[in-house]
Write a protein that binds this ligand. Structure first.
Ligand SMILES: Nc1ncnc2c1ncn2[C@@H]1O[C@H](COP(=O)(O)OP(=O)(O)OP(=O)(O)O)[C@@H](O)[C@H]1O
Length: 283
């Protein structure tokens, strides 16, 4: 299902945190949301998964404004996997945590159905967590928990996946496995990623946020240009597609742009032009 973020503004305690963000995730595609700390990535995700109402602008999943849908309908469409906290799992087992993904499909008095059980078992298998399905969730390692939370999201059978730094706790093999898994779901996905190499591998398109604005959007090679790497991330780097087809980012021997002390040299706020590239004049 398509996600459309249309001119979304968010103001928190009088501070503009998002300023007119536009983006699209086409059905079945994976869009990476990248940007420096504090640029507004998690805030944008919150507006998408309906935990924070935008001050202005519209978020549509399919044709519908998510803030006009019934909460249960919105919850069926969108599943969010957020940065993990072990607290709040209330002694539940892994399987019980995954079963929570079925909640939006239940009425007040409905009981677990065959399709619920099937969806839960499929999600557990796909995420490779059956060896510890009966363990208490809180006893798992950080990487194991990430898989369980993804399984809960898949059990929900959503039309849109929203992922916030899903690969944080994962070792390198587990990262690649998870990327493959996400791609294989075929579900439209908006993923916040700090690791730009992983973003380049996983995503069809990248959107760069800086100071609450989408300053660049498009295919990774068009977006993570040396200029954007310098102006937005404060590092000297180049991005190229290698002979094996993989896009890699090469950082300069002294990557910190602008100052030996490492303070990022930031340009003026930039924005996306009609062609999806950065307006380098900052207009
Ligand atoms: N309640 C609030 N009042 C004022 N400012 C807030 C509030 N909550 C968040 N912010 C600010 O909004 C900005 C964006 O925060 P957000 O968590 O969306 O950034 P982020 O890009 O996800 O950052 P990170 O990469 O560090 O996770 C930050 O500067 C943050 O301090």
């Amino acid at each position: 299902m398509k996600l459309t973020v249309d001119q979304v503004h968010v103001e928190l305690e009088g501070t503009p945190v998002l300023q007119g963000v536009d983006l699209e995730v086409l059905p079945g595609s994976v869009v990476g949301l990248v940007g420096p700390n504090g640029s507004g990535k998690s805030t944008l995700l919150r507006a998408v998964y309906r935990s924070l109402r935008p001050t202005r602008g519209v978020v549509r999943v399919g044709e519908d404004d998510v803030w006009r849908l019934a909460p249960r309908t919105a919850a069926r469409r969108t599943a969010a996997v957020l940065q993990d906290a072990a607290g709040g799992s209330g002694g539940l087992s892994v399987r019980e945590i995954v079963e929570l993904g079925r909640t939006p499909h239940h009425g007040l008095i409905s009981r677990e159905s065959t399709s619920d059980r099937q969806a839960v078992s499929d999600a557990i298998d796909r995420c490779g967590i059956s060896p510890f399905a009966t363990r208490e969730y809180a006893s798992l390692s950080g990487g194991e928990r990430q898989r369980v939370l993804l399984a809960r999201a898949l059990a929900q059978q959503p039309r849109l996946l929203v992922l916030d730094e899903l690969t944080n706790h994962l070792d390198i093999r587990a990262r690649f496995e998870l990327l493959d898994l996400i791609r294989a779901t075929g579900v439209s996905t908006l993923a916040v990623l700090h690791d730009l190499d992983l973003a380049a591998r996983l995503c069809d398109l990248i959107v760069v946020l800086d100071h609450g604005r989408a300053v660049a959007a498009g295919p990774v090679l068009d977006v993570l240009t040396p200029e954007v790497m310098r102006e937005v991330f404060g590092v000297e780097a180049s991005t190229a597609r290698h002979d094996d087809g993989v896009v890699r980012i090469a950082y300069a021997a002294s990557p910190l742009a602008g100052s030996v002390a490492g303070a990022a040299c930031r340009g003026p706020a930039r924005r996306v032009t009609d062609s999806g590239t950065v307006d380098s004049a900052g207009r």
